[in-house]
Design a protein around this ligand. Structure first.
Ligand code: HPA
Length: 273
């Protein structure tokens, strides 16, 4: 554990050596949402493989690069590509970059993801402001000795998704005439998609959308005291809702179609921060 603290510091030091300014806002881009990074003005781009102790992303459509630079006068650290439990990383590896960004000085984290729509009023291509989550992964990134330099043993999760940021996101969406949904994200490990019976169960549990990322990152971000905003791109209706099989291609295609809208919303949010 002490070793992990050292690793976080070393990774942050390396990044600071490449980019002298202090990022204020961290952004994690989900599947197919990578092109947002092109919005950053004259970015410093660092490959994950060059950052000490960073895991390396293996999923198609995830670039595995950290972009540092400004957008709307805010200093950003943007992760294009994230680490998933289903790739074989443990949750501590999955959340390592979040802890590094916190060490770099971010106070706010914007997490994005692709998710399957469970709420029957959703349509593929919708954007959803995350109001809360359900951790159905069966694990937690904070298991093990607590790193008290980072946060409390038992962090409060009652307002994990900062209410002021949710409100700000809703206003930014309205101002730009981008329709948004709101709802609860349920996180599972994947990589298999859910069964129709699991989706029916998740609906009963109160979930509006399901995905294979984000919850561990949000727990670790909350642990270090970051403010958090989460946005899901509903890339498909969840298993059993339509009479068709689910594919990663479909999720990528829908994410690509929603990209323009998503970038506009993120721009608006960052401008309003
Ligand atoms: N299930 C789980 N994860 C997902 C889905 C889904 O239907 N769509 C995009 N990510």
């Amino acid at each position: 554990m002490e070793q992990m603290l050292e690793q976080i510091k070393e990774a942050a030091q390396y990044i600071q050596g490449q980019y002298a300014e202090r990022p204020q806002v961290g952004v994690v881009l989900g599947s197919g949402l990578g092109p947002f990074s092109e919005q950053i003005e004259k970015p410093t781009v660092i490959s994950y493989q060059d950052i000490p102790h960073f895991p390396v992303s293996t999923v198609e459509g995830h670039a595995g690069k950290l972009f540092l630079g400004k957008l709307h006068k805010k200093n950003l650290a943007v992760m294009s590509g994230r680490f998933h439990y289903y790739e074989g990383y443990n949750f501590q590896q999955v959340v390592f970059p979040i802890r590094v960004m916190a060490r770099l000085g971010i106070h706010t984290l914007i997490v994005t993801n692709a998710a399957g729509g469970i709420n029957k009023s959703f349509t593929p291509g919708d954007l959803m402001i995350m109001e809360d989550h359900i951790n159905l992964t069966g694990s937690n990134p904070l298991i093990g000795p607590n790193l008290s330099e980072l946060g409390l043993r038992f962090p409060d999760m009652s307002t994990a998704y900062t209410p002021e940021l949710r409100e700000l996101a809703e206003k930014a969406a309205k101002a730009r005439k981008i329709p948004v949904q709101k709802g609860v994200y349920i996180g599972i490990t994947g990589p298999s998609f859910e069964t129709p019976a699991e989706i029916r169960m998740m609906r009963v549990l109160g979930a509006d959308a399901v995905g294979m990322s984000t919850v561990a990152e949000v727990i670790a971000a909350r642990h270090v005291g970051l403010k958090i905003l989460g946005i899901s791109c509903i890339t498909n209706m969840a298993a059993g809702m339509l009479n068709q099989p689910l594919t990663h291609e479909e999720t990528k295609e829908t994410a690509a179609k929603a990209q323009h809208k998503f970038i506009k919303l993120l721009q608006g949010i960052i401008a309003a921060l």
